[in-house]
Ligand binder design. Sequence first.
Ligand SMILES: [Ca+2]
Ligand SMILES: [Ca+2]
Length: 252
Amino acid sequence: MKKILLVVLAFYAFGVQAQTIIYSNNCNNLTGWTNTGGKFLNNLTPVVGTFDWYAVTPTIPAGDHTGGGGCFFTEGNSNYALGGTGSFVLYRIESPSIDLSGYSNCTLSFWMYLNCETNGWDGAHMEAYNGTSWVPITNAMLSVPYDGNISRNPSSGPTYNTQTVPAWFNLRNTWTQVNVNLASFNGISNFRLRFVFLSDEGTNGRGWGIDDVSISIPASTAVPISFWAVVGGLFLIGGLTIYRMRKKLIIQ
Ligand SMILES: [Ca+2]
Ligand SMILES: [Ca+2]
């Protein structure tokens, strides 16, 4: 009777954890998003509701980033508005609440088109809601850092000068991807995002377009899948195991 020593290679499986998309929007419509901007006069009194973002099929640039759909654009398919002497226009759109509970190190991705007065007169930047207050998205979080600070136009002051912030203002006349590290917002159950664009008293352009907004957690490297194996009457879980069967289980 030949004894066969049976070596059991316990089951071990690897699986690639796919990137998990928490939020995704092709920007074909504004459902769930809210305009909160307006024109601000010398006394900082806003005239809300007439200076908004719209979801449009863009004519300039010719087409959205997705292809065949819409995108968010300041003032739709028109150039953005001028503030006029002593005033400025704030284009601001806020996302719906996004639940990041249980998630960490999320990445926000979107594509932008930007055509505005350069050199810091007009500009675009981002803010996020951390569950308590709105805070700036800073250069340290951005794959495409801001170009500098706005505003530097004293003739648009004094009100516009109080809006000095780091912002993008260099031309991006093709769709440009921006990634944002959201590690500062780990686990926030009511995270929100907003895109902010400021226009001073004179000189405008096509404006700021936004498309394909998503939030995801990064794909991981291969990870083991938990398994069960029955060896020698014992249950084993996890790990790569080469196990010599006990004599009573030897196959003869
Ligand atoms: Ca789109
Ligand atoms: Ca301007």
